[in-house]
Design a protein around this ligand. Structure first.
Ligand code: DLL
Length: 445
């Protein structure tokens, strides 16, 4: 899709700030954060003291890489309110994510944090081309999950009209998209597929009445191949938004419609580093590394050097939209979801890239890690697009393509449309481990 003219920037002073004043602002805010953590006396303050830091004024931006890190384990160990840097009475909301460890990762917000979060989401909406005249169809889940309420507050902050759909009840989503004619769709990329297919089934397609101009899709990984297919399916510009509850929720970083080639990190509030997963040392710009964020202005739950587990690469330089904020690539994987199959390291996103490059396949797929024998095997279960059965190359050809791209033998199983379980609410599950018993999907062996 052709580049769009740059839309107005929501906070131009901050988002287009030259490097030097930005660094000065970051340094001043980092010192403020260190002072607050020391005063709060929690685990982060304690670690700073152990590292020989007794005042905010002791640190410069260049010291950041030497300061102690924080992890999800710290949040779990202090669950639910142990890491607060303010009195509990100042907390006006909690959110969180279900995570993988059973207990949710719970995060707290002051009134000021909510205001900051709304501004960060308004930045993302404006970067996608939304204005006060926009209608935002928000199909992220509402509740403890940060997607729904985060985008909701951002749309209001921008002065747009928000339609608080939440996830699920796809028929109703179709009705309201048809009747209200929103220009912006916000939801997970997997749910965007669902909505797009339901719209098409109802006869509402890009050429015939579909009003959407941009989609702001995040909360789960997706590839450039998925972007191309979403653009086509929904007739919009599909843009990525990234965030995590621990840092604030959606709005940590987002793409602009002008370039759509990486996510501007709101680094005036969230300092970003990438660490080489092997050594824990800073990764070079342009090289993938674990994203680490420091929240320099958050009040209730400020985090110093929070290790996200998400892998991306940073890129500095100017952007055609005018923003000077550093860009991060799409998330290429998580440190902990790297699959090691017969000694080959592979991220699910690398497999998606190959699968979705094939026109005859639908957007839904499931990777089954077959662990029934000592030698793990990977089975890619791919849905065939309806109407394409006869134009498909053989599964064998896809297998060969995967082998060339990844140096790995992946068994490909083609399954009929509708076989892969759909996610209407929450995050798509793209990987299952098959340790024994019934196959996780009918028709595979
Ligand atoms: O998923 C916040 C969010 C909501 C972001 C809506 C974007 C849109 P959590 O539930 O805490 O927060 O999950 C955070 O989701 O560490 C990543 O692994 C993953 N994630 C979030 N956005 C993206 C993205 C929200 N754009 C975890 N691409 C993060 C890839 C993403 N992964």
């Amino acid at each position: 899709m052709a580049a769009e003219p740059a839309a107005p920037v929501f906070e131009p002073d901050a988002e287009t700030m030259p490097a030097e004043p930005l660094a000065a602002l970051q340094a001043e805010r980092l010192q403020g954060l260190v002072s607050r953590l020391l005063a709060a006396g929690g685990v982060q303050g304690q670690r700073l003291k152990e590292a020989g830091i007794s005042a905010g004024a002791d640190v410069t931006l260049a010291d950041l890489a030497r300061l102690p890190v924080t992890t999800k384990r710290d949040l779990w160990e202090s669950y639910p309110f142990g890491m607060l840097a303010v009195d509990r009475s100042q907390v006006v909301a909690v959110h969180g994510s279900s995570g993988t460890g059973g207990k949710p990762t719970l995060v707290s917000y002051t009134r000021g944090d909510l205001k900051l979060w709304a501004r960060m989401c308004a930045r993302a909406l404006a970067a996608a081309g939304a204005t006060s005249g926009s209608i935002v169809h928000n199909a992220y889940g509402y509740g403890l999950f940060t997607g729904g309420i985060g985008i909701h507050q951002g749309a209001i902050e921008l002065g747009a009209t928000v339609v608080p759909m939440s996830g699920g009840m796809t028929d109703r989503q179709v009705t309201l998209i048809t009747d209200l004619r929103p220009d912006i769709l916000t939801c997970t990329p997997s749910y965007a597929i669902r909505i797009g297919e339901a719209l098409a089934a109802a006869g509402v397609t890009p050429g015939r009445g579909l009003s959407l101009r941009a989609g702001i899709f995040g909360a789960e990984p997706w590839t450039e191949q998925m972007r191309a297919r979403l653009n086509e399916l929904l007739g919009l510009r599909a843009l990525d938004i990234y965030g995590l509850s621990e840092i604030i929720g959606p709005g940590v970083a987002s793409e602009c419609a002008a370039a759509a080639d990486g996510l501007h990190v709101n680094e005036d509030h969230f300092l970003v580093e990438t660490l080489d997963p092997a050594t824990g040392q800073p990764a070079e710009d342009g090289t993938g590394g674990e994203l680490v964020f420091t929240t320099v202005t958050k009040e209730a739950l400020p985090l110093l050097r929070y290790r996200t587990g998400d892998v991306a690469a940073l890129r500095r330089g100017s952007c055609e939209c005018g923003r000077t904020l550093v860009k991060m690539s799409k998330i290429t994987g998580r440190i902990d979801d790297m699959l090691v199959i017969r000694g080959v390291n592979v991220y699910p996103s690398e497999i998606e890239r190959v699968l979705l490059g094939e026109d005859g396949l639908a957007l839904d797929y499931l990777l089954v890690v077959d662990e029934r024998a000592a030698q793990r095997q990977l089975i890619a279960c791919c849905e065939v697009r309806s109407g394409w059965q006869f134009k498909l190359p053989l599964a064998g050809e896809l297998q060969a393509r995967l082998a060339r791209a990844l140096g790995l033998t992946v068994r490909v199983r083609l399954v009929p449309p509708g076989t892969v379980p759909r996610t209407e609410v929450g995050k798509a599950r793209r990987i299952v481990h098959w340790t024994g018993g019934e196959p996780p999907l009918a028709g595979i062996d």
